[in-house]
Design a protein around this ligand. Structure first.
Ligand code: SAH
Length: 243
């Protein structure tokens, strides 16, 4: 596990401040880099104060609730796979829009956190939690939609003008695509905001992609790429004239 593996939640402003002694259970001396994420805890989980638990990596990588809600609305279906579920940011919201969520993570601690956090949201009955490697499990999975939010390979992603999607962890985008595509053509990828989108456009077997910018507090923090029937139907000229 890489420290601060995917620093996804960084906004450009750091104006929020922690009130002194606000939470005595957190050792701020050893967690200075988490402070800015802690100030945004309610944007990660609106029910944060009801006992949400995150490990160090999850502070950096959990998908903020409003973005996860939006993705879940767009991915509404019977069965969805959350291939890299982490501490459950996306899984919890999928459980509200889908009948069944198969939530997978290779790290048992993450799955425990996801289960605990899902309990706080009262949605565990719709979730099947699996500790395992998505690439190894893929052949056994059946689903209408697969959502993928793999690690971005550490903080370095920000230093690139255009992030190369082959840097995704633990395998490059092409492998991720090939593996997920065997399950369903209806895929959604949560990716760095500065991604070079070329591999998405030329992904084998797909003739269209929709790339959505995910904006929080006025800042683009990530993009989500939708494939298959997750792509919104374009509005034709005739339809828009009729409005
Ligand atoms: N969307 C999640 C965050 C995912 S972070 C949330 O909102 O909470 C990426 C996760 O991928 C990490 O938890 C990491 O443990 C997991 N991961 C890395 N390699 C994996 C693999 N081969 N199979 C399944 N999970 C993996």
């Amino acid at each position: 596990m890489v420290e601060g593996d995917c620093d996804r939640n960084e906004l450009s402003d750091s104006s929020n401040s922690i009130e002194e002694n606000e939470d005595s259970s957190v050792n701020w001396e050893n967690n200075k880099d988490i402070v800015k994420f802690y100030t945004r805890r309610y944007s990660l989980f609106s029910k944060f104060d009801q006992g949400i638990k995150l490990d160090r990596e999850s502070w950096f990588s959990v998908t903020p609730e409003k973005i996860a809600q939006n993705t879940a609305k767009r991915c509404q279906c019977d069965t969805i796979v959350d291939a890299f579920c982490g501490a459950g940011g996306n899984t919890i919201q999928f459980a509200k829009t889908c009948k069944k969520v198969i939530a997978i993570d290779i790290d048992p601690q993450k799955v425990e956190l996801a289960r605990h956090n899902a309990e706080i949201y009262g949605v565990t009955d719709r979730i099947q939690f699996i500790v395992g490697d998505f690439f190894k499990l893929a052949d056994t999975l059946e689903a209408d939609v697969v959502f993928l939010s793999p690690p971005w390979g550490g903080l370095q992603y920000k230093k690139y003008r255009r992030y190369n999607l082959q840097r995704l962890q633990p395998k490059p985008f092409d492998d991720l695509w090939e593996t997920a595509r065997k399950i369903t053509p209806n895929l959604a990828f949560y990716l760095p905001k500065n991604s070079n989108t070329y591999p998405l456009v030329v992904a084998p077997g797909s003739n269209a992609v929709e790339v959505e910018q995910n904006i929080l507090g006025g800042f683009v923090i990530a993009i989500t790429a939708y494939f298959g029937n997750l792509i919104k139907k374009p509005i034709t000229l005739e339809e828009s004239e009729g409005e």
